[in-house]
Design a binder for this molecule. Structure first.
Ligand code: NAI
Length: 335
C-alpha cells in the first residue's frame, strides 16, 4: 500500500519508519495539513493518514474519492474533523486509533491539576529569578476534594484510577456509564449534580454535536465559585468566550487546557517569532491561573510507538478485508 501521511512532524517519522519494518508499506510523508487547499496533494496513494487538525469535510472527501483513495486512517482517537456521514455515503473507509495509551492523556490531565493547584508553573519562573517568596503560591490538599469526570471511556477511566489514590471523592457523568468504574468508588450523577458538587471538573468526552460548548455560560453558573476546569479532550467542548468571562468573575479559579477551540492555527507549530492574531487565545494567556499546553497529552514514547503500529495495522487489516473495531464508518467498504 502506498500511504500518504499528512501533518507529519519530525518526531513522527522515526516511529513510522520503525513500525513499518513489520508492514512494508510505501510511506510518503508530507508536513501539509490535509484540507480544501491541499487536497490536490492527496493523489497517487491507496490510503491517506491524517491527524487532529486535518479537515476532511464533504468537499475534501469527494475529491479524495475522485483520486481513487478508499481509506482514511486517523492516527488519533477523536474523529470530529472527518465528516463521517459523507464518508459513509462516498464509501470511504475511516479508521481511527482509540487507545493511544490512555495513560498518557490521563497522567497529563492530573499533571495540569497538580501544577495549577500548587502553582508549579509560577514557582518555576520565580525560583529562576532567585525569588523564593511563597506569596501567591498557596495551594490546597487534593485529599477530600470532589472531582467530577465527564466521559468515563478509556482516558476518563484511567484518570479516575489515578485520582482514587489521592483520596478524592469521585463523581462521573457519561451517556454510557461503565459499571466497572463504580467499584473504584466512582459515583455516577447527573450533569447538574456534577457541576454543583465538584471542586475540580475534568473533561474526557469526545467532541460531538451534543458536547459542543458543553461548558458554557449556563453550565458555568451552576459550578462552585473557584472551580478548577481541566480540558484535555477537544477545545470546542468548552466555550472559550464564556470561560474567559468565568475567569474574570472568579467563577473559574483554575483552568488547565491541553486543547483549544481554534488550535488548528496555532498548535504543533513554532510561532515564537510571529505576532499571534488570535486575541481570545492571547487573553487566556494573561491569566495567572491558566495553564495551557499545546495538545501534548498524547505525547509519550509509548503512545507514539502505539500510534504508528496501530495505524499501519489498521490499514493492513482494512486492505485485506478483515474487520477491525477501529473502523469508524458503518461497514468495511470494498476497495
Ligand atoms: P472513549 O471513546 O474511550 O471515551 C469517551 C467517553 O465519552 C465514552 O465513555 C462515551 O460514552 C462518553 N461520551 C460520549 N458522549 C458523551 C456526552 N455527551 N456526555 C458525556 N460523556 C459522553 O475515548 P477516550 O480514548 O477516553 O478519549 C476521550 C477524548 O479524549 C477523545 O475523544 C479525544 O477527543 C481526547 N483525546 C485527547 C488527546 C490529547 O492529546 N489531548 C489524545 C487522545 C484523545
Amino acid at each position: 500500500m502506498h500511504i500518504g501521511i499528512f501533518s507529519i512532524q519530525p518526531y513522527d517519522i522515526p516511529c513510522f519508519d520503525q513500525a513499518n519494518k513489520k508492514f512494508a508499506h510505501q510511506l510518503t510523508y508530507s508536513n501539509n495539513r490535509l484540507c480544501l487547499e491541499t487536497v490536490s496533494l492527496a493523489q497517487g496513494f491507496d490510503a491517506v493518514c491524517v491527524f487532529v487538525h486535518d479537515e476532511l469535510n464533504r468537499t475534501v472527501l469527494t475529491q479524495v474519492k475522485e483520486n481513487n483513495i478508499h481509506l482514511i486512517a486517523l492516527r488519533c482517537a477523536g474523529f470530529n474533523n472527518v465528516d463521517i456521514e459523507a464518508a459513509n455515503e462516498l464509501e470511504i473507509n475511516v479508521v481511527r486509533f482509540p487507545r493511544y495509551t490512555p495513560y498518557a492523556v490521563a497522567e497529563h490531565a492530573v499533571g495540569l491539576m497538580l501544577a495549577l493547584n500548587r502553582k508549579i508553573h509560577r514557582a518555576y519562573a520565580r525560583v529562576k529569578e532567585s525569588n523564593f517568596s511563597l506569596n501567591g503560591l498557596l495551594g490546597f490538599d487534593m485529599h477530600g476534594k470532589t472531582v467530577g469526570i465527564i466521559g468515563t471511556g478509556f482516558i476518563g477511566n484511567v484518570t479516575a484510577k489515578i485520582l482514587a489514590g489521592f483520596g478524592v471523592k469521585l463523581l462521573a457523568y457519561d451517556i454510557a456509564p461503565d459499571p466497572d468504574i463504580e467499584k473504584l468508588g466512582v459515583q455516577y450523577v447527573s450533569l447538574e449534580e456534577l457541576y454543583t458538587q465538584s471542586d475540580i471538573i475534568t473533561l474526557h468526552c469526545p467532541l460531538t454535536p451534543d458536547t459542543h460548548h458543553l461548558i458554557n455560560k449556563t453550565s458555568l453558573e451552576k459550578m462552585k465559585d473557584g472551580v478548577m476546569l481541566i480540558n484535555t479532550s477537544r477545545g470546542a467542548v468548552l466555550d472559550t468566550t464564556a470561560t474567559i468571562d468565568g475567569l474574570k468573575s472568579g467563577k473559574i479559579g483554575y483552568l488547565g487546557l491541553d486543547v483549544y477551540e481554534q488550535e488548528g492555527d496555532l498548535f504543533f507549530k513554532d510561532l515564537s517569532d510571529k505576532v499571534i492574531q488570535d486575541d481570545i487565545f492571547e487573553r487566556l494567556l494573561t491569566f495567572p491561573n491558566v495553564l495551557v499546553t499545546g495538545h501534548q497529552g498524547f505525547f509519550t514514547h509509548e503512545a507514539m510507538s502505539n500510534i504508528a503500529n496501530t495505524t499501519l495495522e489498521n490499514i493492513s487489516l482494512c486492505t485485506s478485508g478483515c474487520p477491525t473495531d477501529n473502523l469508524v464508518t458503518k461497514q468495511l467498504f470494498t476497495f
